[in-house]
Design a protein. Sequence first.
Length: 243
Amino acid sequence: MDLKVIHLKEIDSTNRYCYKLGKEGKRNLVVIADIQSAGVGRLGRRWYSNYGGLYFSILLDLKEYLNNRKDSIGKLNFIGSISVYETLIEYLPENLKGAIGIKFPNDIIVSADKDKKICGILSEINWDYKFVVLGIGININNHIPEDIKDTAVSLWELCKREYDRFEILHKFLSRFKDNFHLEDKEILKKYEKYSKTLGRYVKIITPKEEITGTVFKIDYGGVYLSTFEGIRHINVGDCIHLR
Ligand code: BTN
């Protein structure tokens, strides 16, 4: 996979920009911006994108992505998550290596610091123009605003030193390219190994119900829970709460 990197000083959102390029027929691009004036998170939330963080999106051809893949977007999220995990772990001191992990579906969290989030992923699929966009935001040297201090953390806060965002991006891309070609079972094996959700007692709140139980297996679509009423497979998005 040959990916060309485009570096922008400022843009509203690298995902939105990739969407525009995708509709113009462009493919195999990575767009990184120093600042996003309107960074987008999942469920329409805002993603703070001040200077010092790593904000980028990868634009891929849908056919190439779906080659031999039965699912749609779930796997791309998982490939992104395991690649971020493998990248960040290299920058952490020994005593913090066990502290980071993936919270289902695709957040990277720091369990040593109240499960605060260090990375978020937003992938989008466009069936009409046949492309996918994988958007990743990682808190590196950026200042975390006061109103999200309880839930977000940066690499700088964890390690008390500054990092080269471009070095991290290139490490990530090399992991991503390797992981992209893995078989399903290898992706899931890595994902479960890096997971901070597997084995945890969780509460899942959906519009229909509230379920508590222990997560014993994960797949692209959701989690398997062991509950008092038996085993349940639940398609969860952002409604999972670690207990
Ligand atoms: C989330 O956890 O809610 C997902 C956050 C995704 C943020 C990244 S930053 C780069 C890319 N551009 C965006 O506007 N969003 C994603």
